[in-house]
Design a protein around this ligand. Structure first.
Ligand code: PCA
Length: 213
């Protein structure tokens, strides 16, 4: 199995983005799967173009994208991407798309096709806090969550994709009051655990992971 793992460049005035820092630190093989690492720009449509090129170049079986969710306290495995760009801040090329679809001709939403519950369970088994998330937001991370599902539906049938949001690194919150963070080593261990679950889960497990609100 071959897995393309993507991470974003820094955005929003932050000097680093833990997502690409985590991707860079992954081993080249996880649970027998070959890991291809890719940096993508925090730019709405360009991020998907870079992923599309990498899919045709490396022909991975799974595309797993990682993004920073500053303010979240745990590792969140995203369940769904929605067909809307409603950017709260400009992306790294200064574009702030408001209320436009990611894909003109696409459905309202796609569920990811990696086993989200098994991934969360595996991360927690390493004593790392993790949960299922039902929104990747409406910025570039949702654009990629939705957009990779749409690419697969239109152009790369049979491939699977998913998205994991990770918190800030401790160094990013030194001057932010009461904002949660997670160590770099823990984030790497969490993504490795999630990838192991992707490799060896045939059908997702049915365990509680939903939320009342
Ligand atoms: N996080 C942003 C975009 C890039 C990233 O790492 C997001 O959550 O949309």
């Amino acid at each position: 199995m071959k897995i393309l793992v993507t991470g974003f460049d820094p955005f929003g005035g932050e000097p680093v983005n833990p997502s690409i820092e985590t991707v860079k630190r992954l081993p080249d093989m996880i649970a027998g799967a070959e890991i291809i690492k890719l940096e993508i720009p925090t730019v709405c449509h360009k991020s998907l173009k870079v992923i599309d090129m990498a899919i045709s170049q490396y022909v991975p079986d799974v595309i797993l994208s990682i993004g920073q969710a500053g303010g979240r306290a745990d590792i969140t495995v995203e369940r769904v991407g929605i067909n809307i760009d409603d950017c709260p801040i400009p992306d790294n090329e200064g574009n702030q798309i408001i209320d436009e679809p990611v894909a003109e001709d696409g459905p309202a939403a796609y569920f990811v096709t990696v086993p989200v519950k098994a991934m969360v369970q595996r991360i927690r088994s390493k004593d790392i806090p993790a949960s299922v998330s039902n929104t990747a937001g409406t910025f570039v991370c949702n654009h990629v969550t939705y957009g990779v599902c749409h690419l697969i539906a239109e152009k790369y049938p049979g491939k699977r994709s998913g998205f994991i949001h990770i918190p800030y690194l401790p160094g990013q919150v030194v001057n932010k009051k009461s904002v949660p963070s997670m160590s770099q080593d823990m984030m790497v261990e969490a993504v490795i655990a999630a990838i192991e679950a992707i490799v060896d889960t045939k059908e997702d497990i049915k365990v509680v992971g939903g939320k009342a609100h």
